[in-house]
Design a protein around this ligand. Sequence first.
Ligand code: FES
Ligand code: FES
Length: 167
Amino acid sequence: MTDATSRITVNGRELECRAAAHLSLLRWLRDHVGALEVKYGCGEGVCGACAVLIDGQAVNSCLVLAAQIDGRAVTTSAGLGSPSGGLGRLQQAFLDRGAAQCGFCTGGMLVTAAEFAGAGEALDRRSIRDALHGNLCRCTGYQAIVDAVDDVLRDQGSSSPPAGGWT
Ligand code: FES
Ligand code: FES
């Protein structure tokens, strides 16, 4: 199969991507860039473990070909830190809330949450759960994950109480 060459920015670093035309973005990130925080779960768009931001939009990287995103910017969960080099707000909230158990789903959860936190929408807890519905946690740690995302949305003034009050 013919190689395709493209330029992709990963967490602020512009890289040349020379890969077989059928290589998924997930495989390229893990095997060629060393971005092992992007996890291979199902490989078919079901679990969300491989989610990354492409130009700010959360996408399952197992469903995208690396050759398709020439000129685009990819952000993985490792790229969500603060500009000063410390943990980003979502990362810190996950740590504070104990929102990772085995951690396999955590990168995808962070990336998906970063998309809707960045959009500044007012979300109640049910809406947070809905927004994370494509990210599966095998450890069933959803409560702490929702708590962490809720903390961040409240801090930035984009979380609102549901009709029945906060749970
Ligand atoms: S590995 Fe991509 S959605 Fe599961
Ligand atoms: S923390 Fe283990 S899969 Fe979510």
